[in-house]
Design a protein around this ligand. Structure first.
Ligand code: NAD
Length: 366
């Protein structure tokens, strides 16, 4: 049996507790099936923590997260917190946690199961079977560069930000992306704007240098404007894309929307040691909270990413991915991914968790 590893679970707000309940049941199932030796601890976070303790990121939650091997987050936020002091809003807790844990590498897969190809805004043949991963630098670049501000110059207001990346920042995100590429299709496309920006010139040089340590990974480069075009023209050409904070912010949302199903997409944010926080890309969906209809698959797939990328439990991760594919092939759908076809069976949040667990158990028995 592996050493005991700690997983901290943060249900959060809105549909967070509902989807996390299913993610947790799936994690408990594979923990037992594969003898993973994981210990699970639930902590308050976001609006729920603010209501209980006056802070969205209480000290005991932060220290549990620091000690954890990995963190599973539901979602945070809701309209009731819009009037809370800015520093105490749930989103502040999330930003605080990401920066406290130095989670600089953001992994956003865009995967479209063949059965859900009709949900995309692109033609099914362009997107069916899409499986790409965007690795976005999360703690540097123009969102954090200084100086920044708005000031009066020559009688008018001027706004300014600074795009800056050090060699070490580029190197560590490149290493993270090459490692991910190795675990997938071994193809990495680095996206920059080298024809215009000096920062991108350095970015490309450093990525090429890092690539020398990964001769088994095929490295290509693309300008960001072309990458945006290629993502909607022929997205299946990509395996892994690595890019800076702002380019990644934009491209990863475009890639996510190629799949057309927000309730299906997981994400991860990793530190230099590979420790990570795993969460669905969607928010707390206050419009459907408490109804038991939220799709838990993005959370369940976040559990699979956690097993694959932090805990290195590939067999358990593969089993969850196959269970999800199988359940979709059987026609089970939550409301957000139902298209009304004859073979579909509409199910709720808990029933989707049940279906995944049944598929995992059937897989173990066969
Ligand atoms: P949202 O992602 O919560 O919801 C957008 C739409 O998608 C809604 O119609 C919702 O019902 C639907 N949806 C989302 N997840 C779903 C699921 N699992 N199953 C079925 N349908 C689903 O985005 P929003 O409405 O803009 O934001 C709501 C709150 O969430 C806000 O307070 C926002 O700040 C917060 N938020 C949190 C995170 C996070 O926790 N990481 C991310 C984004 C937004």
């Amino acid at each position: 049996m592996s050493q005991a590893r700690k997983i901290v679970i943060l249900p959060g707000d809105g549909i967070g507790p509902e989807i996390i309940a299913e993610g947790r049941r799936v994690l408990e199932t594979v923990n037992q099936q594969y003898d993973l030796g994981l210990s699970l601890q639930t902590c308050l976070f976001g609006g729920a923590a603010y209501d209980a303790s006056g802070s969205p990121l209480p000290e005991d939650t932060l220290s549990a997260c620091r000690e954890a091997d990995a963190i599973l987050l539901g979602a945070i936020g809701g309209p009731q917190y819009d009037t809370a002091p800015r520093d105490l809003r749930p989103e502040r807790g999330l930003l605080g946690l990401r920066s406290e844990l130095k989670l600089f590498s953001n992994l956003r897969p865009a995967l479209l199961y063949p059965e859900l190809a009709d949900a995309s805004s692109l033609k099914p043949e362009l997107v069916a079977g899409l499986d790409l991963m965007i690795v976005r630098e999360l703690t540097g670049g123009i969102y954090f560069g200084k100086p920044r501000g708005i000031e009066e110059r020559n009688g008018e207001r001027v706004g300014f930000n600074t795009l800056v990346y050090s060699e070490s920042e580029i190197r560590r995100i490149a290493v993270s992306a090459f490692e991910i590429a190795r675990q997938r299709g071994s193809r990495l496309c680095s996206v920059d704007k080298m024809n215009v920006l000096e920062v991108s010139e350095l970015w490309r040089e450093v990525v090429i240098e890092v690539g020398k340590d990964y001769p088994d990974v095929e490295l290509t480069h693309m300008f960001v404007d072309n990458a945006a075009m290629q993502l909607v023209r022929a997205p299946k050409q990509f395996d892994v894309i690595v890019t800076s904070n702002m380019f990644g912010d934009i491209l990863s949302d475009a890639a996510a929307m190629l799949t057309g199903s927000i309730g299906m997409l997981p994400s991860a944010s990793l530190d230099e040691a590979g420790k990570g926080m795993y969460e669905p890309i969607h928010g707390s969906a206050p419009d459907i909270a408490g109804q038991g209809v939220a799709n838990p698959l993005a959370t369940i797939l976040s559990v699979s990413m956690m097993l694959r990328y932090t805990l290195k439990e590939t067999a358990a991760a593969d089993a969850i991915d196959s269970a999800v594919a199988q359940v979709l092939a059987q026609g089970y759908r939550c409301k957000d991914i139902a298209s009304g076809e004859a073979n579909e069976q509409l199910i709720n949040t808990t029933q989707m968790g049940d279906a995944i667990i049944a598929a995992l158990q059937a897989g173990a028995d066969s």
